[in-house]
Design a protein around this ligand. Structure first.
Ligand code: ADP
Length: 266
């Protein structure tokens, strides 16, 4: 696997934050947020200081995935300035657009509004020192992404896709968006989620429900690194719903899956 060039931080840098990684997907529902949450707790377990900015304005899921749904960030004064304090869960600092909207409320954000809210969550927040800030972007490649991605100093982007053709077509657009002249963010690689399923009663068998190695092949075609594959596992879904990312299960095969991906990202 080719290693990406050491990415250069563009835009305004943020004191104390070493790397900002955008996690994106072309299509919705492919497991972008699940991957972000598991990657974050894995990086934290590896000893890095980690934050998540949940920028998925269409469906912020970090408050549920980290079991902090009812929390509200408070203001603290840092160097004479009032700053938002991220909520901490499983050693990950989190700010989410979901903390500021009622769960039942449908939010329609326009690009500049979303980008203003996100800028505040990045620049007017007390993140402290972070090795990695992961940004869970909304799915797609629209105007809203342009305004988010252009206004933030992103180190690199990770694309999540299932192996299914419709998801891959959109993932390809995602890669093209980051590599376009107007955005120009290095693509750190592609993660294949829902790569296969292994039933408990047939542990030797792998079923390629959404197709085999589609994201891996796409990475090869586009000459971007392939960062690894995540199988379909019931406990990944359950852990997300219960608010405790599956990668926290110690000494489990899942822990290894996410560790391998995390090592490829850092
Ligand atoms: P996205 O952020 O791309 O919209 P989510 O992370 O919300 O997608 O995932 C969509 C659904 O699929 C969720 O219910 C999640 O729990 C489930 N899911 C995601 N990845 C897996 C996986 N590898 N195995 C089982 N369920 C998964």
């Amino acid at each position: 696997v080719e290693t990406p060039e050491k990415p250069e931080i563009k835009g305004k840098s943020i004191p104390g934050i070493k790397n900002i990684i955008a996690v994106a997907s072309g299509k919705g529902g492919v497991g972008k947020s699940t991957t972000t949450a598991n990657l974050a707790v894995t990086l934290a377990k590896m000893g890095f200081s980690v934050g998540i900015l949940d920028a998925d304005i269409y469906g912020p899921s970090m408050p549920i995935m980290f079991d902090v749904e009812s929390e509200k960030p408070v203001s603290v004064v840092v160097d004479g300035k009032s700053k938002m304090k991220p909520i901490e869960s499983y050693e990950v600092k989190i700010l989410s657009i979901g903390f500021f909207t009622a769960p039942s409320q449908a939010v329609i954000w326009r690009g500049p509004m979303a980008s203003k809210a996100l800028n505040q969550m990045i620049f007017d927040a007390d993140w402290g020192e972070l090795d990695f800030m992961l940004i869970d972007l909304p799915p797609g490649t629209g105007d809203i992404h342009l305004s988010i991605v252009q206004s933030l100093p992103i180190t690199g982007a990770v694309i999540v896709s299932t192996p299914q053709a419709v998801a891959l077509a959109d993932a390809k657009k995602g890669v093209a968006m980051f590599q376009s002249d107007s955005i120009n963010v290095p693509v750190l690689g592609i993660i294949e989620n829902m790569a296969y399923f292994t039933p408990e009663e047939l542990p030797e068998n792998k079923y390629y429900i959404f197709g085999k190695e589609g994201a891996k092949n796409l990475a090869e075609d586009l000459e971007v690194p392939f960062l690894g594959e995540i199988p379909i596992v019931q406990s990944i879904r359950e852990a997300g719903d219960y608010g405790r990312p599956a990668a926290l299960q110690t000494a489990s095969p899942l822990e290894k899956v996410f560790e391998e991906i995390a090592r490829n990202v850092v």
